[in-house]
Design a protein around this ligand. Structure first.
Ligand code: HEC
Length: 138
């Protein structure tokens, strides 16, 4: 009996460790396709099916998300991208055109290095989106 309890809690620990790992780009790609592609386009180039409407209504075109690093001289600005998406998800920037993505902030966090040597806890879906965007830079 004790052995079984020990085995079950070991399994739980393993699961906990596994979910602590950084998500890979494919996890983010799925979230991107569901929540972002309608504006930013299937390939992130800013040409989603809503892009024109958004531009006409607000004068703001969805960004080409494959050019973020180029604008920063080759460095993908992880912290900046995280806070950008996070700001939208929390509805902190109501005048902007991205919908609210409350669900993307839920669930367990993973430690993400943002370049300053510090690991910050980031909700897993948000981290996955960041990794995906990082992977599509031109
Ligand atoms: C309703 C349309 C729409 C949706 C959906 C949308 N965005 Fe955006 N996004 C925009 C617009 C418009 C901009 C241009 C900047 C602004 O807000 O003025 C933008 C800008 C951005 C930027 C800043 C790019 C830069 O060059 O700094 C990032 C990052 C971003 N979006 C990520 C996402 C992610 C990730 C998702 C999905 C979770 C998403 N967006 C969903 C419309 C959208």
């Amino acid at each position: 009996m004790r052995a079984i309890v020990a085995m079950i809690s070991m399994a739980g620990l393993l699961v906990a460790c596994a979910t602590q790992e950084m998500p890979d780009a494919s996890e983010g790609a799925a979230l991107y396709a569901e929540n972002c592609a309608m504006c930013h386009g299937a390939d992130g180039r800013g040409d989603g099916e809503l892009a024109r409407e958004i531009r006409e209504e607000s004068g703001r075109a969805p960004s080409d998300l494959t050019m973020i690093s180029q604008a920063e001289e080759g460095d993908f600005p992880r912290a900046q991208v995280l806070s950008y998406i996070d700001g939208y998800t929390r509805g902190r920037l109501p005048e902007q055109d991205m919908p609210e993505f409350g669900l993307l902030l839920e669930g367990p966090t993973v430690p993400v290095g943002t370049g300053d040597g510090v690991l910050s806890p980031v909700p897993r879906p948000l981290a996955a989106l960041m990794v995906y965007l990082e992977s599509i830079q031109r």
